[in-house]
Design a protein around this ligand. Structure first.
Ligand SMILES: [Zn+2]
Length: 299
């Protein structure tokens, strides 16, 4: 099963890729002690950690929402044919993501709204596709919602540090062409999508990082973007990934969003969880505990 119905909203998981990410826990989550990983190993192996190689695993996926007659995508993966000198494992891909999307019943022209939870390389890739030698918007009829803080931060004209990092070329090939086509709406703080869905700023991982809150009927969910990269961070929320731009803010935001999810029985659906893709949690001795996995087939 790759669908869940939450209130009036239908949620479908569409995979771009999943598997080992090439990093051991101490590299992916700097400073996280081996003993803590050992303590939680039974929860993490095999979907999130390979026991033999000690390499972490993730998925790159898009959450498709159908709400109030609209088709909404949350994050657009890595994309095909992109030049990624500092993330070579994500360069020049030729994956059938659009085929996966079509098999989920979504053609590119059907998409009404694209949400980029933040503007990292692996969340904006399918914003565009290569047509001849030009990058053009993949979703011609969509409004792309982007956090203004990330739009400004990841523009190399504002931040020369982008060159030489994993986001090199990303603004030019996956963001600027959509903006030039007049399809970008920049938002700050919060943004109401419809009566069941709203975006909320959740800074730390990046300055503009955001989450999408779903509140429909008796169901609640939070699409948590990159606030979490492994269920390890549910039990040990103090540990950031190596890609968090502001370590202190990322920790505060993670605890805040996890606390709200625990108190509201919200299903947490991060961007990168392989396995069942999401989970429910409860508070436990200053931290959190997993109570239930999402009812989705394992990747
Ligand atoms: Zn990511």
């Amino acid at each position: 099963m790759s669908d869940i119905v939450l209130g009036d909203v239908e949620v479908t998981r569409v995979e771009e890729m999943h598997g080992p990410v090439g990093m051991t826990p101490d590299v992916f989550f700097p400073g996280s002690p081996k003993e803590e990983w050992a303590e939680h190993q039974s929860l993490l192996v095999p979907d999130f950690l390979d026991a033999d190689t000690d390499i972490c695993a993730i998925a790159v996926q898009t959450w498709v929402l159908r709400s109030e007659g609209k088709t909404i995508l949350i994050d657009t993966g890595v994309g095909n044919h992109k030049e990624r000198p500092y993330a070579p494992f994500w360069g020049h891909l030729e994956l059938d993501f659009l085929g996966n999307l079509e098999r989920a019943g979504v053609r590119p022209d059907d998409v009404d709204i694209v949400i980029n939870t933040h503007l990292h390389v692996d969340h904006v890739g399918w914003n565009t596709r290569l047509e001849g030698q030009y990058w053009v918007p993949t979703f011609r009829n969509a409004t792309y919602l982007m956090p203004r803080a990330d739009f400004e931060y990841w523009n190399p004209a504002n931040n020369p540090r982008i060159a030489g990092g994993v986001n090199q070329n990303v603004f030019e090939d996956s963001i600027a062409p959509v903006h030039a086509a007049g399809q970008v709406m920049l938002w700050e703080s919060s943004y109401l999508i419809d009566s069941d869905l709203y975006l909320q700023s959740a800074p730390g991982h990046t300055p503009g990082s955001s989450v999408l809150m779903l509140d429909s009927g008796t169901d609640r969910a939070v699409f948590a973007g990159d606030l979490l990269h492994s269920p390890f961070q549910i039990m040990q929320p103090e540990h950031n990934s190596c890609f968090c731009e502001d370590a202190d803010a990322a920790r505060i935001t993670r605890r805040d969003i996890l606390g709200r999810a625990a108190d509201n029985n919200a299903l947490i659906l991060p961007a990168h969880f392989a396995g069942h893709g999401g989970l429910e949690i409860e508070r436990a001795a200053g931290s959190f505990r997993i109570t239930r996995w999402a009812p989705l087939d394992r990747l």
